[in-house]
Write a protein that binds this ligand. Structure first.
Ligand code: DQA
Length: 148
């Protein structure tokens, strides 16, 4: 069974209490539970990781090339300025889908730029927790199904 990594970056551990008017009231655990069920129903084994540090995200991306078929990544604010995360994505061969809960293009100017977008297979933003589900559909399409 192919594994998919759902990787969340800084401050996303506070979903549910963090700016709910922007990010909604669901916690990261409840979002992950829904993705877990969805991914399994599609025949994938999802693995979940969250880190508030750049190095933690980079280390998990490196590891994912050994055990995962693809990655759904919400890099949080690192999206907008982390060349180190961008380089880590470029260094691995598996597809990485950039996702955001909020519509980053309708917010602050600095959020309109993603330094990771050019090295991701595609980007999804603005659909709340459904952005992760859309990321899953995109990966499934790229991978050609869940079977090895
Ligand atoms: C976010 C958007 C980022 O700009 C922000 O820094 C986040 C969350 C989102 O999911 O909408 O932490 O990635």
């Amino acid at each position: 069974m192919k594994k998919i990594l759902i990787l969340n970056g800084p401050n996303l551990n506070l979903l549910g209490e963090r700016e709910p008017n922007i990010y909604g009231s669901e916690t990261l655990n409840s979002i992950n539970d829904a993705i877990d069920e969805k991914a399994r129903s599609m025949g994938y084994e999802p693995v979940f990781f969250q880190s508030n540090s750049e190095g933690g995200i980079i280390d998990r991306l490196h590891e994912s090339r050994l055990d995962c078929a693809g990655v759904i990544l919400n890099a949080g604010a690192y999206t907008h300025y982390s060349y180190a995360i961008r380089d880590a994505i470029a260094a691995i061969k598996i597809p990485v889908i950039e996702v955001h809960l909020s519509n980053v293009n309708s917010r602050d100017e600095f959020r309109k730029n993603s330094v990771i977008a050019p090295v991701c297979r595609g980007s999804i933003a603005g659909f709340g927790s459904f952005s992760y589900t859309l990321g899953l559909y995109a990966l499934d399409n790229i991978l050609g199904g869940s079977h090895d």
